[in-house]
Design a binder for this molecule. Structure first.
Ligand code: CP
Length: 302
């Protein structure tokens, strides 16, 4: 079994992963050793930069007693045009599990189709399902994961993080509001999935969208690979900056979330991201625990 898209898993599987992640987190904090993946190897294939994903997969595997081989695309034969299918078949024959961060989701599918070894999406242009798992665990820890909770995504609602969160929040039956410019194309496949599991509203006015929100989430306006459009995107998304007025419109106990890296003064102001409602570091920390739980599930050790 692979984990390429958040919509690949059932609600039951999602809950089981979150439950195990919470248990692993508690055990880790109490100093309990868990070497359930001793003798197992993770291949981590990275076509894009990373701080959280790279560190949390490597450290998570080490905490479970396993090992990681990191392969950056620039030092691999991918940089000279070797097909993703050959890369997948070879890596799959060496290791027990693969996590790959690739530009194109179709390349990830090609890689995953070439091997029976489980493959995890560590971010593509379409989805970032590990981030969505960490976000859900963080919402749960803050009492915000319940059917009908109002989840507002502000800014670029047409890219990987928004897609993943739309799928994840829909599986939880949350009320989703996407606050974005008219020009922003929401992914039709994820929107259809979300609408079949919960309610989704699209708003072009952030302040009205944020009214009574339980969660306000945003992401960078310039994702990896979009650098050439930077100036245009800055102008386009400016009215969707999360600031104190946005948080004031939300519920008093609303939380602010961001997958990071964040650009203070752009998609979010410093007072919000560094303020008391922000959960950014908790969500980043939870990447470690959800990915450990995910690897245990995919390797039949849960
Ligand atoms: N949120 C996230 O995936 O962070 P990195 O790009 O640092 O891995």
């Amino acid at each position: 079994m692979d984990f390429l898209k958040i919509t690949d898993i059932s609600k039951e599987k999602l809950h089981s992963i979150l439950q195990l992640a919470a248990k692993l987190k508690e055990e880790h904090k109490s100093g309990k050793i868990n070497f359930s993946l001793a003798g197992k190897t993770l291949a981590l294939l990275m076509e894009k930069p990373s701080t959280r994903t790279l560190a949390s997969f490597q450290i998570g595997m080490a905490q479970l007693g396993g090992q990681t081989t990191v392969l950056s695309s620039s030092v691999s034969q991918l940089s000279r045009g070797e097909p993703f299918s050959d890369t997948g078949a070879i890596l799959g024959s060496y290791c027990d599990i693969i996590a790959a961060r690739l530009h194109k989701h179709t390349d990830l599918e090609e890689l995953a189709n070439a091997t029976s070894t489980p493959v995890i999406n560590a971010l593509t242009d379409l989805d970032h399902p590990c981030q969505a798992l960490a976000a859900l665990l963080t919402m749960k820890e803050n009492g915000k994961l319940f059917p009908g909770a109002k989840f507002v995504f502000a800014g670029d609602c047409g890219f990987n993080v928004a897609n993943a969160l739309m799928g994840a929040c829909a599986l939880e039956g949350m009320d989703i509001t996407l606050a974005c410019p008219q020009e922003c194309a929401v992914n039709k496949e994820y929107l259809k999935f979300a609408q079949s599991h919960s309610t989704v509203k699209i708003s072009h006015d952030l302040l009205s969208a944020a009214k009574d929100a339980d969660i306000i989430y945003t992401d960078t306006w310039v994702s990896m690979g979009q650098e050439e459009e930077k100036e245009k995107r800055m102008q386009l998304f400016l009215p969707f900056q999360v600031n104190s007025a946005t948080m004031h419109a939300a519920k008093k106990d609303a939380i602010f979330m961001h997958d990071l890296p964040a650009y203070r003064g752009k998609e979010v102001t410093s007072d919000v991201i560094d303020g008391p409602q922000s959960t950014i570091y908790a969500e980043a920390e939870n990447r470690l625990h959800v990915q450990k739980a995910l690897m245990l599930h995919l390797l039949g050790k849960a």
